[in-house]
Design a protein around this ligand. Structure first.
Ligand SMILES: CC(C)(COP(=O)(O)OP(=O)(O)OC[C@H]1O[C@@H](n2cnc3c(N)ncnc32)[C@H](O)[C@@H]1OP(=O)(O)O)[C@@H](O)C(=O)NCCC(=O)NCCSC(=O)C[C@](C)(O)C(=O)O
Length: 285
């Protein structure tokens, strides 16, 4: 089967930006009282990246594959490598999405690439999502999502040399991940991926030392750090790359450092050993 044949495939999903998932994520991110868990009124802007609370992957239970995601070969190509991860994303925020909006997301497979990485064979699938609000012709948000698929683990696998994260930062937040945090984020995004809750599966089948913290959760924590320090910042562009997995067995931290000219903010995730896990940049409008 030629994976390139999937390039150009497209699907469209409609949804409403409802208040309850917003309230649940604000509680999960530990917003201070009285904001945590509070339902926002219609017209409240969605914080950056909270569009992931909508357009949930409503696959029938019988369509779910071994890793807890939908079986491959319908919208996403039937990639033969077993271990799926979120490699990174790139966003252009054209206009804010507001609670109460009727949203339409059109997703298109724009690239499928096989690569040989330090950790073995990799297949990258790039999906472009365009989200439009209330029937408008122009997208309010454009996202390019890189999904990576990895080989099965081998007994003598050696992790590639990690990169040290910057030593200091203007802003930071320390997170103690646990099963409950991971479960709540999986539930909010209706993500059945076993690597986030099935410890036996993630250690024995995928060969990782612990449950994996979701890439989109870490990216959301990065943007939440920026929001908490600069609530009025208007972000025009944001991109992140997940460079090293974060596991629930140790604390981790998220950091941000505005540039001297105030036009960009570098954001990053750092594990308990000081290694870079996610590298991101927000461009301010
Ligand atoms: C991605 C891994 C496997 C590459 O591992 P590697 O070390 O073997 O790669 P490399 O040797 O550094 O690079 C090989 C090639 O891949 C490219 N590359 C390398 N990294 C990236 C990246 N991030 N984004 C885009 N491209 C990337 C890189 O530029 C290079 O391309 P080239 O040959 O053309 O020069 C490795 O860096 C890794 O394990 N990263 C952490 C991934 C992670 O933890 N993701 C979040 C958790 S999984 C998740 O949230 C799941 C979820 C939510 O359930 C869900 O399914 O959607």
């Amino acid at each position: 089967m030629n994976l390139q044949d999937w390039i150009g495939r497209s699907e469209t999903v409609d949804d409403f930006a409802t208040a309850t998932p917003y309230a649940a994520l604000s509680a999960t991110l530990d917003w201070p009282a009285p904001l945590a868990g509070q339902r926002p009124t219609s017209g409240t802007p969605l914080p950056y990246l909270w569009h992931w609370l909508y357009f949930l992957p409503m696959y029938a239970q019988s369509e779910i594959g071994a890793d807890g995601h939908a079986k491959r070969g319908s919208f996403l190509p039937p990639v033969p490598l077993p271990r799926r991860m979120w490699a990174g994303s790139d966003f252009t925020f054209h206009t804010p999405l507001l609670v109460g909006d009727a949203l339409r997301r059109t997703s298109t497979i724009v690239d499928v690439k096989e690569k040989s990485g330090r950790t073995g064979n990799l297949i990258f699938v790039k999906v472009r999502h365009e989200i439009r609000r209330n029937g408008e012709a122009a997208p309010a948000l454009t996202e390019h999502h890189d999904i990576v698929y990895r080989d099965a683990p081998r007994p003598n696998d050696v992790a590639p040399a990690p990169t040290l994260a910057p030593a200091g930062s203007a802003w930071e937040r320390h997170i103690v991940p646990d099963d409950v945090l991971l479960f709540r984020y999986s539930a909010l995004t209706f993500n059945g991926h076993r690597i986030h809750y099935d410890r036996k599966y993630v250690t024995e089948v995928e060969g990782y030392p612990g449950l994996i913290v979701h890439g989109p959760l870490i990216a959301t924590l990065l943007m939440d750090l920026l929001r908490s320090k600069r609530p009025d910042a208007v972000v025009s562009h944001f991109q992140f790359k997940a460079v090293r997995p974060t596991f629930d067995i140790h604390p981790f931290s998220v950091h941000a450092e505005p540039s001297a000219d105030g036009k960009t903010v570098r954001l990053w995730g750092r594990d308990h050993e000081g290694y870079l896990t996610m590298d991101a940049t927000a461009t301010l409008a």
